[in-house]
Each structure stands twice: as structure tokens, then as C-alpha cells.
Write a protein that binds this ligand. Structure first.
Ligand code: SF4
Ligand code: SF4
Length: 342
């Protein structure tokens, strides 16, 4: 598999990494088997987060293999203050069972207030800089769904990596982020290469993103077969085929004007509807399986008063009022099939 450098860090890893979200669906033992399989097959980069609850699963394997296999460890926390970030970092070190984390990221800095706090005098960044001086971490990263925040962060030169969403459905990073990151030699960790589960074929998804100057693609996997499948793609010819192009066009068409990025800008809703979760139900369900919260969210969404407050806040101009009732119906159908309706 091709290896790439992660920007200025000089860390070089096989470009396919292992992401930590879907592992939350399986037990620590089952998850550890998947991680072991990934390392056996040459993956050496992992990325997880405090919020995923999967640091202990990685820890089970890292305690045996981190040094032996030269595994590069990235994780992240949404803490905004220095004190909270320090506490989170110490928990990560404990749960991951390591004494140093290669890349610690400020996670989901998705609005201007959060960014100002993270960068402020008692902000989370300060704690990470101190931890870097102490040797507890090596590099600092920033993750966000907002391009303007990533751009601001990159301009400060405080971040060695950024994590940004990118796929053939959601490709604005190509013009808004990649050129700046590359010019400043900032590592690009890619998120949502499969658009959060909307793209169901890893081949075209991975071959598409591999055309761009990114550093590493941590793909969430929770089955050994997925690891094998994705590695096979990455070890094969990475040129887009005619079938790939046809699939890409078809998938783009199917999702045109209906693809919810789960960015949450449309919220809060006066009726307390968790719009992003209902709108993106299909991909979350595909990726994480059934969650009992789905029904509660659907019941609340059924109370939409069609006030329209949310729509102008959606940067993708999704017709939320039109889409919500269809999603509610879909959630009820799936609940019925899953035997979850009373
Ligand atoms: S239109 Fe519905 S979902 Fe949107 S803000 Fe109003 S009540 Fe909430
Ligand atoms: S509806 Fe729009 S604003 Fe709301 S989460 Fe989805 S993409 Fe973001």
C-alpha cells in the first residue's frame, strides 16, 4: 500500500488508517480482533476520540503492539478549556494504555465561539502545547465540519494536522482546504471518505479520494471482512474505472439536494427536534445499527411545526421541512422491521 507523509510531522504511514467510530458497536474483545487484523495486514495509523468510547478497545491492542508495530496513535477531545483538555488527555493516555499520543486533536470545533475559546488564554490549545513540551503528545491537530474554522486554524500555524470531511459527494475541501494545507505543509486526515455510510462501495470511494494530496484516510471499520476489503482496494490499481465513474455519478444524483452532513448548523430548533440525527438517519443506521434513540427522535420530529427557522441556517439549502416527514416514516418502518415498535 502507498505510504504518505503526514505534513510537517514527518510521520509516514500507509495511507489507509483505522477510524474508531464503528467499533463502538462491538465489545472490546471483538473490536480488539478487528484492530489486530488491521495491524497484521499493515495498517499502522489509528484515529479515535474521547467521545466514541473506543479508546479502551484500542488500548487492549496498543498495550501489546504499539511499540512492536510502530503504531501511530491519534485521538481527540471536544474540550474547550485548558483544564478540561488536560483531564481528557490524561484519560486518553490511560484508556489507550500508552504513555505518549502522537497526534492529539481539538475535536469538532464547529462554531466561532468554540474556536475562540479553544484558542483563548485558558483555552484547550494551551493544554496541548504544555503536554507537547512534557512529551505526552507529539503533534496537535484540529478537526471541524466548518471550512472557515479550519482555514483560520491553519493560518495560525499552531496545528500540525487538520481533519476534514471529503468524499465524492462532499468535495468542497478540494478547493477550500487542500491547497492551504499543502502550502503550509499541514497534514490532512480525511474523515467521511464514505460520506458517513451513504456511499456503500469502498472501491470508488477510496479511489476517488486517493486522487488528492491528502495524508491518511482513517476509515471506520468494525468487521475483519471490512479491513480485508478496504486493504484490497488500496493495494490494487487506484485509477478510477468507468464503472467507478458511473457509480459516482449515480450516487451523486441520488443524493443531490438531500445529503445531510450532520453539521448541526440548522439547530437549535424551537421544538427541540434533533434535526441532524433525523435527517441523516439512513447513514447512521447503516453504520451503527439500530439505536433506541431513533424512535424518540422520530416522535419529536413528527411534532415539526414547519416554522422554517432551520432552513436558512442550512448551508446546503436542504428542504428540511419536506425531508423530515419522509425520514420519520422511514425510521418507523425500520423500527417495525427491527421489532422495536411497541
Ligand atoms: S421547521 Fe420544524 S424542524 Fe425546522 S425549526 Fe421549525 S419546528 Fe424545527
Ligand atoms: S440539515 Fe443542513 S444544517 Fe442541518 S445537519 Fe443537515 S446539512 Fe447540516
Amino acid at each position: 500500500m502507498e505510504t504518505r507523509k503526514i505534513g510537517r510531522t514527518n510521520i509516514e504511514v500507509p495511507v489507509l488508517g483505522l477510524g474508531g467510530i464503528p467499533l463502538m458497536q462491538v465489545s472490546v474483545e471483538e473490536g480488539a480482533k478487528v484492530i489486530d487484523a488491521a495491524f497484521d495486514k499493515g495498517i499502522t495509523f489509528i484515529d479515535t476520540a474521547r467521545g466514541y468510547g473506543t479508546e479502551p478497545t484500542f488500548g487492549e491492542v496498543l498495550k501489546r503492539r504499539r511499540d512492536k508495530d510502530g503504531i501511530i496513535v491519534a485521538t481527540k477531545s471536544p474540550a474547550k478549556t485548558a483544564d478540561k483538555m488536560r483531564e481528557e488527555l490524561e484519560t486518553s493516555l490511560k484508556e489507550l494504555q500508552v504513555n505518549m499520543i502522537d497526534i492529539y486533536q481539538c475535536h469538532a470545533v464547529n462554531n466561532d465561539d468554540a474556536y475562540a475559546q479553544v484558542m483563548g488564554p485558558d483555552g484547550a490549545l494551551k493544554a496541548l502545547q504544555k503536554a507537547r513540551d512534557e512529551g505526552l503528545i507529539r503533534f496537535i491537530g484540529l478537526t471541524s465540519h466548518r471550512y472557515n474554522i479550519l482555514v483560520e486554524g491553519m493560518k495560525t500555524d499552531e496545528f500540525d494536522t487538520i481533519m476534514v470531511q471529503h468524499s465524492f459527494i462532499d468535495y468542497e475541501a478540494e478547493t477550500k482546504i487542500f491547497p492551504i494545507a499543502n502550502e503550509r505543509n499541514i497534514g490532512i486526515l480525511l474523515m467521511k471518505a464514505m460520506a458517513g455510510g451513504v456511499i456503500d462501495q469502498p472501491g470508488p470511494a477510496l479511489r476517488y479520494v486517493m486522487q488528492f494530496p491528502i495524508s491518511v484516510i482513517p476509515v471506520g471499520m468494525y468487521k475483519v471482512e471490512e479491513v480485508e476489503q478496504n486493504i484490497a482496494v488500496m493495494e490494487g490499481d487506484l485509477t478510477l474505472t468507468d464503472e467507478d465513474t458511473a457509480y459516482i455519478e449515480q450516487t451523486k444524483k441520488e443524493n443531490e439536494g438531500e445529503f445531510c452532513r450532520r453539521c448541526g448548523y440548522c439547530m437549535p430548533c424551537p421544538e427541540k427536534i434533533t434535526i441532524s440525527m433525523v435527517m441523516s438517519f439512513e447513514s447512521v443506521y447503516k453504520r451503527l445499527g439500530w439505536k433506541d434513540n431513533f424512535l424518540q427522535w422520530a416522535e419529536r420530529a413528527a411534532e415539526c411545526k414547519e416554522c422554517g427557522e432551520c432552513e436558512p441556517k442550512c448551508p446546503y439549502e436542504l428542504p428540511i421541512r419536506e425531508m423530515l416527514p419522509k425520514r420519520v416514516e422511514l425510521i418507523r418502518d425500520v423500527a417495525q422491521k427491527e421489532g422495536k415498535l411497541p
